[in-house]
Design a protein around this ligand. Structure first.
Ligand code: NAP
Length: 457
């Protein structure tokens, strides 16, 4: 497998990275395991808190430099990349501030004696991460697990090696000991080998269902815990009492942010019959105003897709949708630019027998559905293999909340597009995976809840 940094705006190969050898993997496992043992022995949480705060400081000081690396490597807008670096820095502050609270022993009420549960580290984790948020995805798993005392081996996407290495180097610069985070350029076989190694305690993956199923199978075969953050086909539901000024402000960006390459992008817009034409027109107006161009230019509003492969896949998916009866309301025309640009597209008339009905499209393609009632909207939202997130618009927060509770997803956002903050648990159900990242839930995933019990004599 070639680890290559190819700029999707210029199509230039910027750098190729050497694959990790088996000896380097073994060396990394040895160092990381020793670190796990040392951390258990000396429990230097205070030191790790200082190091993670230092990482936050480095990220803030060099945000433009890191943002540029990401932008050149997978094409995201520079403003979005800078926001991503800031968000990662906020994770550092959050976990340093809450480390003691999250890891403190819990006293269990029992009349039978004395009981408490310690939260202890488990060992080395393997993290397999995607390219769409090159820093954020690593930060989401590394920072809580570093605080918990779990060293991490990182296998990042093969099209984002420079970003992964930059994050790795920032951690090193923050003073984290060798083995805390080691970015390796691993083959799939080596990932399996690492998962099977007895020094490794678990694996977390963010990515596709295909990748997730393969890695989870390997974890299961070796009785290792896994967490999976997979794709989504999130519904954006506009209820009868929605504030349309807000809908118009949020809906286009909910689909186009990061060129539509977000697991929690709103992908299926579910609109009542009476609002359908108005919604389509509003989306078309917004989509037709985007400015494609150099992601490093602050005036650009729509970035290229991350790679040629990503563009070809999306093109094929739209073709499949149309072959099976979907209508193109707007877009789907070739873009006469060198980079991997995809014209924002609006599809309608997608019926449940269309293969695209239950397929995630990872790019600037909005599917719009017409429904005649709120019940139908909920039913349609739930008619999906995925269960990551959804967005609900209503002037009445309690009404929105009641609808949200009926939707089978891990997350619901009310009157706003999707959001990720350090204190909010992130994750899905159904084919969108299992486990949670961020918040106290995230740090709990890979800790041993160790019961200490003494029965009353
Ligand atoms: P992908 O192909 O599964 O790749 C993700 C990562 O998994 C990459 O590092 C990839 O390595 C690795 N990988 C894939 N198959 C593997 C295998 N058999 N063994 C070991 N490693 C393997 O996913 P993608 O299509 O690039 O990423 C986009 C997907 O991620 C979308 O579906 C998106 O919705 C999802 N996503 C989910 C979340 C969430 O939090 N739920 C967040 C972001 C993205 P290579 O690059 O070397 O193939």
């Amino acid at each position: 497998m070639a680890y290559q940094s190819i700029n999707p705006f210029t199509n230039q190969v910027e750098k190729t990275f050497e694959n990790t050898t088996d000896e380097e993997l073994e060396q990394t496992l040895t160092t990381a395991h020793q670190l796990y043992l040392d951390w258990r022995k000396y429990n230097d949480l205070e030191e790790r808190k200082r190091q993670i705060l230092k990482l936050g400081q480095i990220l803030r000081e060099r945000r433009v430099e890191y943002a540029t690396v990401m932008s050149k490597e997978m094409g995201k807008l520079i403003s979005e990349a800078e926001g991503e670096v800031d968000l990662c820095a906020s994770f550092c502050d959050y976990y340093a501030a809450h480390a003691d609270e999250f890891l403190q022993p819990k006293i269990i009420a029992t009349t039978s004696g004395r009981a408490k549960v310690l939260k202890q580290s488990l060992g080395i984790l393997v993290a397999v991460e995607p390219w769409n948020f090159p820093f954020y995805q690593i930060a989401r798993v590394f920072i809580p697990n570093f605080i918990a005392g779990n060293p991490m081996i990182l296998k990042d996407a093969s099209n984002c090696p420079a970003s992964a290495q930059a994050f790795n180097d920032a951690v090193k610069e923050a003073g984290a000991p060798a083995g805390s985070l080691t970015n390796l350029f691993l083959s799939y076989d080596q990932v399996n080998k690492a998962i099977a190694d007895k020094r490794v305690a678990g694996v977390c993956l963010t990515g596709s269902e295909r990748g997730g199923a393969t890695v989870a199978k390997e974890a299961g075969a070796n009785l290792k815990k896994s967490t999976l953050e997979l794709g989504g086909n999130d519904a954006f539901i506009i209820l009868d009492d929605a504030d349309w000024d807000l809908v118009e402000k949020v809906a286009p960006a909910a689909r186009l942010y990061n060129a539509g390459q977000v697991c929690t992008s709103s992908k299926r817009f579910i609109v009542l019959e009476k609002d359908y034409d108005r919604f389509l027109k509003m989306m078309k107006d917004a989509f037709s105003k985007v400015k494609m161009g150099d992601p490093l230019d602050p005036l650009t509003t729509l970035a290229p897709l991350s790679s040629k492969k990503a563009k070809e896949k999306l093109q094929q998916q739209v073709a499949t949708a149309v072959e099976n009866g979907a209508k193109v309301y707007y877009g789907n025309k070739p873009v006469d630019m060198e980079g991997q640009f995809f014209m924002p597209t609006i599809l309608t008339d997608i019926t449940p027998d269309n293969p695209i009905f239950d397929t995630e499209m990872f790019g600037p393609v909005a599917s719009v559905y017409k429904v005649s009632s709120e019940e139908e909207a909920i039913e349609l939202a739930n008619n999906s293999s995925y269960g990551l997130g959804n967005t609900i618009f209503s002037n009445d927060s309690e009404h929105a909340e009641r609808v949200a509770a009926k939707i089978e997803t891990g997350m619901s956002w009310i009157n706003a597009g999707w959001a990720s903050l350090p204190e909010l648990p992130f994750g899905g159900v159904k084919n969108s995976g299992y486990g949670r990242e961020l918040s106290s839930y995230g740090i709990d995933e890979f800790t041993n809840k160790h019961l200490i019990y003494e029965a009353r004599q």
